[in-house]
Design a protein around this ligand. Structure first.
Ligand code: UT7
Length: 326
């Protein structure tokens, strides 16, 4: 008995921005971006492609695959740091768009771990209310949150959304096997984004340059590999499984170099790892469910396998989830 993913979905903005196009915006080059990050293109949201609109579209795909009606959804969570409004939540907009009238809905701010932590919350919800269906979404339009004059950050991020519908299964084999997450607030200043300036003069934050991403790339690099490795090995310890049991790894897609280092340390063959950062850039909370979507159809239906999701991001948040599927 446990929680299973009944269906997945994705939505990407139609506009593709290449590294070459970025050369005309900031002092960079296709060659620099490819060799330092592996990114070749990213998607950029346009009219009708706000975060909640991408999220709603991904949700509709996931509901269709799951053959679940929107009205059956009891909990709707959107992992995001780039909703078009601070209040109400992006999740409430999505609820309205898709007609999930019976749901309660909220956003989850865990940056690039937003989808993973949402999956954890959804798993626990389904296990305590086995009749319920849950919709977890990761959706971002970080193009609206980067400083387009800052070459350190604007080349990295992209927009998109991915979704998963969760439900209960009586099958003791197929389920979310375990989760292992950790946040380290002491490292908050490696990656952050201010709010709009305070309306209360006494609560003004000094040096607030606006609501865009500020990042210490090199430091993040070091912590990212270590945090993901610890999340995975901690999870193996909890579950009694090992890297040899894993058939598919879906990591947060931030950077090829970070991922290569992680794969080296884990000694996991590259063929087992879903990689799409070259097409979409870093889509933060959307990157893991976009990975699910890109991996769909790779196995015959019913093929039993173990998949692991792993992520890191601002916070400094990290985590991993093991799932048996098929
Ligand atoms: O979800 C989490 C999000 N964040 C991350 O995943 C970031 C993790 N960090 C990284 O991926 C890498 O640190 C970066 C790709 C961001 C940068 O690579 P790096 O090898 O750490 O480069 P660096 O920041 O040490 O910069 C090296 C040089 C600098 O020039 P100088 O000082 O050596 O003359 C930078 O100014 O590269 C320069 N540089 C660029 N040059 C061309 C920085 N950004 C660019 C750019 N194009 N876009």
């Amino acid at each position: 008995m446990g929680t299973i993913i009944l269906g997945t979905g994705s939505c990407l903005p139609s506009r593709v921005m290449s590294n070459v196009e970025l050369e005309s915006i900031v002092d960079t080059s296709d060659e620099w971006i490819r060799t330092r990050t592996g990114i070749e293109n990213r998607r950029i949201g346009g009219t009708g492609e706000k975060t909640y609109q991408l999220a709603a579209s991904a949700a509709r795909n996931a509901l269709e695959m799951a053959q679940v009606d929107a009205e059956e959804i009891k909990l709707l969570v959107v992992g995001t740091v780039s909703s078009h409004m601070l209040m109400p939540s992006c999740a409430c907009y999505v609820q309205n768009e898709i007609g999930a009238a019976s749901a309660f809905a909220y956003d989850l701010n865990a940056a690039c771990c937003g989808f993973l932590y949402g999956l954890d919350a959804g798993d626990r919800y389904v296990r305590t209310d086995t009749q319920s269906k849950v919709l977890i979404i990761g959706a971002e339009t970080l193009s609206s949150r980067v400083n387009w004059q800052d070459r350190n950050t604007c080349i990295l991020f992209g927009d998109g959304a991915g979704a998963a519908v969760l439900g209960h299964s009586d099958n003791s084999e197929r389920k979310i096997i375990g989760t292992n997450h950790r946040s380290d607030g002491g490292l908050w200043d490696l990656l952050y984004m201010h709010n709009a300036p305070s309306q209360n003069p006494d609560l003004l934050v000094e040096d607030n340059p606006g609501a865009h991403i500020i990042m210490e790339g090199r430091e993040i690099f070091k912590h990212a590999v270590k945090a993901m490795e610890e999340a995975i090995f901690g999870l193996f310890k909890k579950t009694g499984l090992s890297i040899d049991d894993v058939d598919v790894m879906i990591p947060h897609q931030a950077n090829f170099r970070i991922l290569n280092k992680l794969l080296e340390r884990l000694e996991i063959p590259r063929e087992k790892v879903v990689l799409n950062v070259m097409h979409y850039g870093n889509t933060s909370a959307a990157s893991i469910p976009l990975g699910y979507w890109d991996n769909r159809g790779k196995f015959e239906p019913g093929t039993s396998r173990i998949e692991i999701d792993v992520a890191f991001g601002a916070g400094f948040a990290s985590g991993a989830i093991l799932r048996r599927v098929g």
